[in-house]
Design a protein around this ligand. Structure first.
Ligand SMILES: Cc1ncc(COP(=O)(O)O)c(C=O)c1O
Length: 411
């Protein structure tokens, strides 16, 4: 059982050529590094298969197979079917297209709820529905906890609510929300949900079926993959959405919300994420015939435990430091949060603190991370945003020690 095992971080790191330097890379919420299994698939595709897929000749047929493998992996990561996802250039672009595809669903006076905690990707495109007479309501975080509270959502739901767009995990405060429960309440009110899983998917096994979400977003480049993103939708919704692509692909759920279609080589390379998980599985468990979904789940259990071990000392340090304001929970408990920590230091410009950490070999960043409404609501704008340290499974406990030591010298 996973409980008897712990993640072999050195083995994980051996797949990431970029990690072989003296930097402690702690900006993973901005985008993770990619393992060799992804890099190899990308170069192989470009070397041997950079032709239009779908024809009968060998290079083209193989291109189709490689892309199908990437799509299958991107779907398996969230327990979706390959024909329930569109693979677009980014989550921002995917939501923009989705919001256009759903416009005919709204009548003037209908209501959409967005949050002030979400990244702008799951925000601005929905707010623009006001152009067609939709009323946009805002589910606001509470500054005293830095979090969204489900009771506040209850008060916003009305009989005119059609859609609630919210984050499953904040890319700023790292809080994990009870997406299944939020979805249940929204459905009970007769509305649909669009859940942002971009900051969540790198850290926890996602099962869109169990969550019962209507739409789900994640970006493969934050999950050890190439710079593309996945839009999941329930089949019934994808069928009903208005086609945003060529008229002759209107019935293809994988293409209708993806004008231009998926990037070929990056889609193919995404299969390397599954190959990486496979290698981790074979290393930590015995090689067996378990399906990719099961293998992914068990690896995520190891990832979760290891990330908790990274979070615990940092949460304790930031939570105890009198000059520091930590946004979100001062805990390493993986049921409550992921290993993404944002904070400000009293009287200090966050960019200056981040630079001082950079100068000590710690790759962190300051700013609003395109989550400007949240940073404003937290009151961190005057300090030029928050300092964010975001870890993932390939980070070591020693790197957290380095961060704490550097913080001690800098703040
Ligand atoms: C929580 C969250 N949602 C959405 C996005 C946007 O993703 P993309 O860059 O793929 O548009 C990000 C990117 O940082 C994010 O952190």
């Amino acid at each position: 059982m996973p409980g008897n095992r712990s993640l072999n971080v050195d083995f994980c790191r051996s797949f990431f050529p970029t990690l072989n330097d003296d930097w402690a890379f702690l900006e993973n919420a901005g985008g993770t590094y990619v393992p060799t299994t992804v890099i190899e698939r990308l170069t192989d595709y470009m070397r041997f298969n950079q032709v239009q897929p779908g024809a009968g000749f060998e290079a083209s047929a193989e291109a189709s197979d490689r892309m199908a493998a990437g799509r299958a992996c991107a779907a398996a990561l969230i327990n979706a079917e390959p024909d329930e996802i569109a693979i677009g250039p980014s989550t921002t672009a995917n939501v923009y297209v989705l919001a256009h595809g759903l416009r005919p669903w709204f009548a003037p006076g209908d209501e959409v709820i967005v949050t002030d905690q979400d990244h702008e990707a799951n925000n601005g495109a929905w707010r623009r529905l006001s152009e067609i007479g939709v009323t946009v309501r805002e589910w606001r975080l509470r500054p005293e906890t830095s979090e969204l509270h489900i009771e506040d959502l209850d008060a916003l739901l009305t009989e005119r609510t059609r859609l609630v767009c919210f984050t499953g995990c904040s890319n700023i405060v790292g809080t994990l929300y009870d997406v299944a429960e939020i979805t249940r309440r929204v459905h009970a009110a007769g509305a649909l949900v669009c859940a942002d899983g971009v900051a969540w998917t790198p850290h926890r096994r996602i099962d869109v079926k169990a969550l019962d979400v209507d739409f789900f977003l994640y970006s493969l480049y934050k999950v050890y993959g190439p710079h593309i993103a996945v839009l999941y939708g329930k089949g019934e919704h994808l069928r009903r959405a208005e086609n945003q692509n060529h008229h002759f692909v209107a019935d293809d759920p994988t293409l209708k919300l993806n004008p231009g279609g998926p990037n070929h080589e990056l889609t193919a390379a995404s299969a390397g994420i599954g190959a990486y998980f496979d290698r981790l599985y074979d290393h930590h468990f015995r090689s067996d015939n378990k399906g990719l979904g099961e293998r992914i789940s068990r690896i995520y259990e190891l990832i979760g435990s290891h990330e908790d071990a990274l979070s615990q000392p940092l949460a304790a340090y930031l939570g105890d430091h009198t000059n520091v304001r930590l946004y979100g929970r001062a805990t390493g408990d993986g049921k409550q949060r992921v290993a993404v920590f944002s904070f400000t230091v009293e009287g200090r410009d966050s960019r200056e603190v981040a630079q001082a950490l950079n100068d000590r070999g710690l790759a962190v960043r300051a700013g609003d991370f395109y989550t400007s409404r949240c940073v404003d609501a937290l009151g961190a704008r005057p300090q030029n945003g928050v300092i964010r340290a975001s870890m993932c499974h390939y980070n070591s406990v020693a790197e957290i020690g380095r961060l704490i030591e550097a913080l001690d010298a800098v703040i």
